[in-house]
Ligand binder design. Sequence first.
Ligand SMILES: C[C@@H](C(=O)O)C(=O)SCCNC(=O)CCNC(=O)[C@H](O)C(C)(C)COP(=O)(O)OP(=O)(O)OC[C@H]1O[C@@H](n2cnc3c(N)ncnc32)[C@H](O)[C@@H]1OP(=O)(O)O
Ligand SMILES: [Co+2]
Length: 137
Amino acid sequence: MIPTKRVDHIGIAVKDLATVIEFYEKVIGIKCTSIEEVPDQKVKVAFLPCGDSEIELLESTDPEGPVAKFIEKNGEGVQHIAFRVEDLPGKLAELEAAGVRLIDKKPRRGAGGADIAFLHPKGTHGVLLELCQRDSE
Ligand SMILES: C[C@@H](C(=O)O)C(=O)SCCNC(=O)CCNC(=O)[C@H](O)C(C)(C)COP(=O)(O)OP(=O)(O)OC[C@H]1O[C@@H](n2cnc3c(N)ncnc32)[C@H](O)[C@@H]1OP(=O)(O)O
Ligand SMILES: [Co+2]
């Protein structure tokens, strides 16, 4: 089985990036190190590293995007959990063979140049899971 290395990030859907970055920096005490737009996912993303993992704050750039739809239904909150894997195409093939419901059969480009793919929450006991592969350890 292709190993999963760690929790890469926790994705949190927010209405206003600046407001929530300020909360995490001033109240929780973790710093935002980068902000970037990922047009493919219709989001603007802020990363706040914390130990081996990061908090990923997600603000929608499009009312039809997945983060806007999530907030409409649930309000702000944890939208996905992302695991770091070593071989994303291989992992996706392995999961497909095991009958897991994939949203992305092939990797897409995520924030920070990562390759990413999502697994459907209906096939993962209720949690939207992202797998990501990065060049760095
Ligand atoms: C930048 C990048 C990165 O890290 O590099 C990112 O993270 S981008 C992060 C944003 N991108 C994404 O989320 C892309 C992948 N997401 C998607 O394709 C979509 O959001 C889906 C997960 C397929 C949901 O689509 P849609 O909202 O159209 O479906 P829906 O509302 O009919 O939901 C179908 C069922 O799934 C549940 N459901 C929907 N979203 C969920 C979520 N985030 N967590 C857990 N369950 C969820 C709904 O409650 C519903 O269950 P019931 O039927 O029981 O009511
Ligand atoms: Co993510």
